[in-house]
Ligand binder design. Structure first.
Ligand code: FES
Length: 104
């Protein structure tokens, strides 16, 4: 059965910004606002151990990791710039009563 968890108020994440959140099991995720649409990936870069929410920068739908400048498409999780060559897990988000929620 699909379950969901409330993360934070959608209004707290402006367009172009990244924010860290945690799943109920403690898994860190990075939440992105791409021009008013929300996406989430696992927070840890698949190249090494960088936190994308802390060390990443969002350019449109692309997050660039600040450690070695690898990139992912946050809408699909696809690794699209070396040295990142392993896709990153994505999570499905939705907004309910102004709150951003994640399907777990
Ligand atoms: S840790 Fe992210 S590109 Fe190296």
């Amino acid at each position: 059965m699909t379950q969901s968890a409330v993360l934070f108020a959608a209004a707290d994440l402006p367009p172009g910004e990244i924010r860290r959140a945690e799943l109920p099991d403690g898994t860190p995720i990075a939440v992105y606002n791409v021009d008013g649409s929300y996406y989430a990936t696992h927070d840890t870069c698949t190249h090494e151990e960088a936190s994308l929410s802390e060390d990443g920068e969002l350019f449109g739908n692309i997050v660039e990791c600040g450690w070695h400048m690898g990139q992912f498409d946050v809408t699909t999780g696809t690794a699209c710039q070396s040295p990142c060559n392993v896709d990153i897990r994505t999570y499905e988000l939705f907004v309910e009563d102004g709150m951003l929620c994640v399907r777990t």
